[in-house]
Structure formats: C-alpha cells, structure tokens
Design a protein around this ligand. Structure first.
Ligand code: G
Ligand code: G
Ligand code: MN
Ligand code: NA
Length: 255
C-alpha cells in the first residue's frame, strides 16, 4: 500500500521518465526502432524497477493513468524524432501495455486520441502486450482488434513464455513476435532453446509476422540469429535503454 501511494505522488511530481532501448536490424545492427521503458527515481535517489512497481500499479489501478502518460510521452517523443531536420531511421516506437490497461473499456479510443493530439501516424506506434494479458479475456481482444483497425501495430511480448501461444496467433491480430530472451540465451549451443528459437522464426515467417529476438547479449548470438532468419534484434549487445539525449546522439552520428 505504501508503494502505491508513493507511486501516485511520483506520477504527479514528475519522478517517472521514459527511456528508450534500440531495436536494430540484423546483421548490420542498424537502428530501426525503439522500445519505450518507464523508469522511477525517488526523491532520495533510489531507482525502483518497473518489474516491481508496474505490478503494484496494476493492482491499485494507477497503471491506467501511468500507462496513458507513458503512451503520450513516447508518442510525443516519436514525433520529435520523426521531425528531425536530419531525418530518422526510426520506423516505430514500442510501448508496453499491461493486462489491466487492455481490459479498460475505451482503451483503443484513448490511444486514438493520443495519436491525433500529438500527430503521430498509427503505423508508427507498436503496442507490446503479453500472451497472458491477451488470453485474460474477451475485453482485451476487443481492444486489440480496435487498435488493429486503427492501424496501430501489435507485438506479442515475451513470446513463448505465456500460455496459449499458438492458438492466440489465429484469434488475435498480431504484427510482431518478440521472442523471449530465455530462447536466445542458449542459441549458440545445441540446446532446447535453440530448437525453440528456430521453430519460432519459422512460425513468424509462415504467418508473415516480424520476429524480434530479445535479450541479445553477444555477437555470437546475433550471428546465429541472423543465420536462422531473424531480421530484428534487441539487447545489451547492441544497446541498453537510453535517455532521449543518448538516442539523439546516435541519430546525430547518422546525419
Ligand atoms: O525496463 P525493465 O527491463 O526494467 O522492465 C521490466 C518490466 O517492466 C518489463 O516486463 C517491461 O515490459 C515492463 N515495463 C517497462 N516499462 C513499462 C511501461 O511503460 N508500461 C508497462 N505496462 N510495463 C512496462
Ligand atoms: O518484458 P520486456 O521485454 O518488455 O522487458 C524489457 C526489459 O528487458 C528492459 O527493461 C530491459 O532492461 C531488459 N533487457 C533488454 N535487453 C536485455 C538484455 O540483453 N539482457 C537482459 N538480461 N535484459 C535485457
Ligand atoms: Mn517489452
Ligand atoms: Na519482452
């Protein structure tokens, strides 16, 4: 309960900020998109991970306001990058959306309003949802279909770790599979993870979806993923989450 109250204040007091992790193409590692990730630094200088506070915000409902702030912040930033004088290779900003947000009636409508307010094309926003969030119930699926109708892209996050993976691909509008890092970890060995990563890229290709390999931490993993047919990757080998100025600096080097 204490963290919930602190978080409410944090949102009001501007203690939250968004950082952006590059999503790159393989094999060149060129910047093509970013995933927006929320960060919380308390007034006493402590950093609290979203892995801890997002579940709290889901339980007390604050995730609805927090999520809307995150969407608006990331979409506003995407417009700034799009409008840079030097141009930008960023085709999409990805924003994580949790189960509770997705079940909130009118979610897709609020996303539409944000996009219209900031002037971002729906195709330039990708919402990342987990299989578990979608599997939760009909409401979530309705909102995803409405987002899909708008032209917003939909990514299944942590793919392969939730329930129901494969059936979901028939009922849920999906554009992108984000292959969970647990399958990337063992990719250079002759492990079960490698077999799964291989199967997942085949599924993505067969269904005409993009696949992004998450949690790529070494050159060897990146090479192997490329050999298997992965065209997109994300992970510490390329870059971790960065502040806006750091992404700006990357873009300036490309001008
Ligand atoms: O950035 P980090 O690895 O610490 O994120 C931990 C978890 O928090 C991840 O599962 C990520 O998807 C989630 N997360 C990060 N930012 C957001 C956000 O803006 N909204 C939601 N709902 N989840 C987020
Ligand atoms: O659940 P989701 O995929 O949204 O989580 C994103 C989080 O994964 C980011 O907050 C980031 O901190 C973390 N992450 C990103 N790249 C890597 C990586 O290469 N290795 C590990 N261990 N974590 C990563
Ligand atoms: Mn994600
Ligand atoms: Na993920």
């Amino acid at each position: 309960a204490r963290m919930g109250a602190q978080l409410r204040q944090a949102l009001d007091n501007g203690e939250l900020r968004m950082v952006y992790q590059p999503i790159v193409t393989l094999p060149d590692g060129a910047l093509t998109g970013v995933e927006a990730l929320v960060r919380w630094r308390t007034p006493d200088g402590q950093s609290i991970s979203p892995a801890r506070f997002v579940p709290v915000a889901e339980r007390n409902g604050l995730i609805v306001g927090l999520g809307e702030w995150a969407l608006r912040t990331a979409c506003t930033q995407a417009v700034r990058w799009r409008d840079r004088p030097g141009g930008s290779p960023l085709t999409s900003v990805n924003v994580n959306v949790s189960a509770r947000q997705l079940r909130e009636p009118g979610f897709a409508e609020r996303v539409r309003t944000i996009l219209a307010d900031v002037g971002l094309a729906p195709e330039c926003l990708t919402v990342e949802v987990t299989e578990t969030a979608v599997f939760d119930g009909g409401r979530a699926l309705d909102e995803l279909r409405a987002l899909d109708d708008l032209g917003v892209r939909i990514a299944l996050d942590d793919f392969g770790t939730g329930h129901s993976s494969l059936g979901l691909l028939r009922t849920c509008p999906v554009d992108v599979l984000k292959v969970d890092r647990s399958f990337v970890e063992g990719i250079t060995g002759t492990t079960e993870q490698a077999a799964i990563a291989t199967s997942l890229i085949e599924i993505a290709k067969g269904l005409g979806l993009r696949a992004v390999a998450e949690g790529v931490e070494s050159a060897a993993q990146a090479e192997r993923l490329y050999e298997l047919g992965y065209q997109y990757a994300q992970g510490f080998h390329f870059a971790g989450a960065m502040d806006v100025d750091q992404i700006d600096a990357l873009l300036e080097r490309l001008d």
